[in-house]
Design a protein around this ligand. Structure first.
Ligand SMILES: [Zn+2]
Length: 173
């Protein structure tokens, strides 16, 4: 997707539902634009990793726009629940799918899994991991199982915003 350009939510949903047919059956879906959360060009040493890498994850969630996205989506999910909608899809979009979108996806997955008012469905990672100049998802970039202390503390700060204990993601450098 080109930086700055908008996209048609219906076209996006149609395109993604070719890869994830279950998307056709959800009660509501939201597309989340992650393009503003990181610079378009990253140094190779950074750019080879996904947004789940502890250093990139921290950079993304510290961006002031991230807390706004988090609060906005949570408010929408609460409205959906109040309207008895049972299933909602979040389409997390980025320029090349690996960086900010992976961080935002991870952040939402952690918050929703921790919140008893919601339950987390299936997370589909549709980014192309086979670009030839990627880490191939190293241990630090592992989405689910590796609990790196520095990413954990960032997840903790994100959850503080989700559960309304904080207005912004506060992280020491
Ligand atoms: Zn990596």
């Amino acid at each position: 997707m080109n930086k700055g350009a908008g996209w048609d939510p219906q076209l996006l949903k149609h395109a993604v539902s070719r890869l994830v047919p279950a998307l056709r059956n959800v009660d509501e879906s939201y597309d989340i634009d992650c393009r503003a959360l990181l610079p378009e060009k990253l140094d190779f040493a950074e750019g080879m990793h996904t947004g789940c890498h502890p250093a990139l994850f921290k950079r993304v969630v510290k961006a002031p726009q991230f807390a706004e996205i988090l609060k906005g989506v949570k408010a929408s999910l609460e409205d959906d629940r109040d309207m008895s909608r049972k299933s909602v899809a979040l389409l997390v979009c980025d320029v090349n799918g690996r960086h900010a979108a992976m961080a935002v996806g991870k952040a939402f997955a952690e918050c929703i899994a921790a919140d008893q008012k919601f339950s987390l469905g299936i997370v589909h990672i549709l980014a192309n991991q086979d670009t030839g100049n990627s880490c191939g998802v190293c241990a630090r970039c592992e989405f689910w199982t590796r609990r790196w202390a520095s990413r954990n503390s960032a997840v903790h700060a994100v959850k503080a915003v989700w559960f309304e204990h904080a207005q912004e993601v506060r992280l020491s450098d």
